[in-house]
Design a protein around this ligand. Structure first.
Ligand code: DGL
Length: 275
């Protein structure tokens, strides 16, 4: 109920890097008055080539950190971290609402006309049980073609959304899929919505490209809207990498400008720099 003492809860989001901003941007559109606290683990980006165990360790420490800073719900704005840790985090923190990412194979399988769907995600996401179960449950009778797009996350982290290497990686991934008749591409990594213009250029206007962020943001809104916080919280952006680099990319990737703070890994825990 909206009254003078209602404060929207602070929503924690995390990713290995700037990819989570594609989800944060959608959440900001859906819930413009809700404060967010965003953590980019750029000391460890990319997560995709790492083991699921290692990514689960990072995800648990980041979740602890975001909760300690006041977040009342957590959005795992990273397919790789969701594959590695979502189930575990929900069990470990039963009182906290979690929203995670899973490749949007279901809507793709429902809408494909050719019966051939391409999925772009990281190697770790493809190895996880979450992806296997999504394909098993929703893609019966549909041919799924996968590509891990090696190097693409690093190009996006560097802000080279339209560079020659970005084009090369996407052509290499998508041209063979086009030859096999895909009419739908699922973005199974939260970094990839930032290169939709290049993807669309390679596949042409007839191929549907599915960005799951708006649907995830609607789910975040359903869970967050009824929650009331005791006091107002600020919106904050934090990185374990170089704050200046993230700050420089925020206007383009998020559409808003914020100062960026730094957090540091100490052993396997995260602490705020200056603490
Ligand atoms: N943005 C991430 C994902 O959705 C992680 C990419 C990476 O760090 O490899 O999978």
């Amino acid at each position: 109920m909206m009254n003078a003492t209602f404060h929207p809860v602070q929503i924690g989001l995390f990713d290995s890097g700037v990819g989570g901003l594609s989800v944060a941007r959608a959440v900001r559109r859906q819930l413009p008055h809700s404060p967010i606290i965003f953590l980019a683990d750029q000391a460890h980006v990319p997560y995709g080539p790492r083991s699921l165990d290692e990514v689960r360790g990072f995800s648990e420490a980041i979740t602890q950190f975001l909760l300690s800073q006041g977040a009342k719900m957590i959005v795992v704005a990273c397919n790789t971290a969701s594959a590695a840790a979502l189930h575990y985090l929900r069990e470990k923190h039963p009182g906290i609402p979690f929203v995670g990412m899973e490749p949007a194979v279901k809507p793709a399988a429902e809408s494909t006309q050719t019966g051939v769907v391409g999925v772009l995600a990281t190697p770790a996401t493809f190895q996880g049980r979450l992806y296997a179960s999504v394909v098993e449950r929703f893609a019966q009778g549909v041919e799924i073609l996968q590509d891990p797009c090696p190097g693409l996350v690093s190009e996006i982290e560097a802000g080279r959304l339209d560079g020659a290497e970005t084009h090369r990686i996407l052509e290499h991934a998508l041209n063979p899929m086009l030859q096999k008749g895909i009419d739908t591409v699922v973005l199974g990594c939260t970094h990839y919505p930032f290169v939709i213009p290049v993807i669309q250029e390679v596949v042409g206007p007839e191929v549907r490209v599915i960005d799951p962020a708006p649907a995830v943001a609607r789910q975040v809104a359903r869970l967050a809207q009824p929650l009331n916080a005791e006091e107002a919280s600020p919106t904050r952006f934090i990185t374990t990498g170089d704050p200046n680099m993230l700050q420089a990319l925020l206007p383009e990737l998020l559409g808003e400008s914020y100062p960026v703070e730094q957090a540091q890994w100490q052993e396997s825990a995260l602490i705020q720099s200056g603490d």
